[in-house]
Design a protein around this ligand. Structure first.
Ligand SMILES: C[S@@+](CC[C@H](N)C(=O)[O-])C[C@H]1O[C@@H](n2cnc3c(N)ncnc32)[C@H](O)[C@@H]1O
Length: 387
């Protein structure tokens, strides 16, 4: 596709589609349209490389190569076997297949992935006597098969490993937030990249690092070395180097910005420090061991974005009391701040006891979450404490 424009699909987390669309518009993608957990767009090869390297809220960039109708399970095998896979794969390469299905004659996505793999492998075996082997972790080519009703779309996955794997998180706590979701929450919050930003339950530091990368214009792919497309037959290394150079030249560290993290656990905070040090963003990100209830606001005003325990992977003794504590601390100490809290504990989060001025529904993996924004401006109209 050098120079030619192709239709592509960028996948994302439910709730971040609009943000991803604006990111794609920003890198020069054409005709971006919001879908369910995805955005379709058009662009050339440089655009595909940019989408992978720069779109903070994209999980994968798929390049559809074949769309066909199926009326039976046999149709799938036959159509896939007839497709000219030699354009994309050699007999001595490796492959992996991801399948996503809905409302189709198939009921099991694993089975669809298996059938797809069989059809490709059988084609090579019949033509060359050799067959590509399967490598689920690090294949030469990752293929995505999407079945919706009777329509099957075969795509090449230009990202390879999911783009949330940024390459900077060397250490994690028990329940790290997905990097793509963290980046999306920062954008949803409307943070202006100037006011101080605080995550008072920062865990391994994902929100802090994503915020610092955003504010400095560090590409989301800056710390990652591999993408699916770098192993493709048509990989254009010179173009890829140009795309990266263009983006890296725009990095600029803001002078006065402070991004602060607290966590009550010293052990977890050490992991955040290690991650931040790895990125070199310690010039913007400052961390301190503190329980939120004992914390001292690092500035008179600012934006809080935090991902407290949900009582899922991190168990809480009394989740209602915990979320009440969050509300009380916000009210008592954080006047002048705008606070954003994400949680899947939809009952307990109400006990923050403040009326949210903004609300978003997002998913953290399979968990349906609310991302609530609270205005904590003392004496102003926005101050809507309920107790
Ligand atoms: C869900 S994790 C945050 C994960 C983080 N966003 C990341 O990406 O790693 C919640 C964090 O809150 C911390 N925590 C729990 N209670 C706290 C409190 N009262 N004050 C400060 N931190 C607390 C835990 O130690 C844990 O690291």
């Amino acid at each position: 596709m050098p120079g030619t424009t192709s239709m592509m699909v960028a996948k994302t987390v439910s709730g971040l589609e609009q943000i991803l669309k604006s990111e794609l518009d920003g890198i020069g993608a054409l005709n971006a349209e919001v879908m369910n957990r995805a955005v379709s767009f058009e662009g050339d090869k440089a655009c595909m490389y940019r989408a992978n390297y720069l779109c903070r809220t994209a999980l994968r960039i798929l390049l559809p190569v074949h769309v066909f109708e199926i009326n039976s399970q046999e149709d799938l095998y036959r159509e896939i076997k007839e497709f000219c896979w030699e354009d994309h794969l050699d007999a001595d390469s490796t492959l992996a297949v991801d399948a996503v299905i809905s409302y189709t004659v198939f009921t099991n996505s694993q089975f669809v992935a298996q059938k797809t793999k069989d059809a490709i492998v059988d084609r090579f075996r019949e033509k060359t006597g050799k067959r590509p082997s399967v490598d689920l972790e690090n294949p030469t080519l990752r293929i995505n098969v999407h079945l919706f009703k009777n329509t099957c779309t075969l795509s090449l996955d230009s990202s390879g490993q999911s783009l949330h794997k940024r390459g900077y998180r060397k250490q994690t706590g028990i329940a790290p937030i997905n990097e793509v979701l963290a980046a999306g929450l920062i954008r949803l919050s409307g943070w202006d990249m100037k006011k101080p930003l605080l995550d008072p339950m920062c865990g391994s530091g994902t929100i802090l690092i994503e915020a610092a990368m955003l504010a400095s214009g560090i590409p989301s792919g800056n710390f990652r070395s591999e993408y699916g497309f770098t192993k493709w037959k048509d990989f254009d290394e010179a173009l890829w180097e140009r795309v990266k150079k263009e983006a890296v030249e725009k990095i600029s560290f803001p002078d006065d910005l402070r991004i602060v993290g607290f966590d009550k656990s010293v052990m977890i905070l050490r992991k955040a420090v290690e991650n931040v040090d790895f990125t070199g963003l310690d010039r913007l990100v400052f961390m301190k061991q503190a329980a939120f209830e004992d914390s001292i606001p690092p500035s008179a005003e600012g934006v809080i974005i935090t991902n407290p325990p949900y009582d899922e992977r991190i168990q809480l003794e009394d989740s209602v009391a915990f979320y009440k504590m969050i509300g009380n601390v916000l009210k008592r100490k954080y006047n002048g701040y705008k606070a954003w809290v994400i949680s899947s504990d939809l009952e307990a989060i109400k006990f923050i006891g403040l009326k949210p001025s903004k609300k978003f529904k997002v998913f953290n993996g399979p968990l349906e979450c609310r991302f609530l924004g609270f205005d904590l401006y003392e004496g102003k109209k926005q101050n809507k404490f309920t107790d």
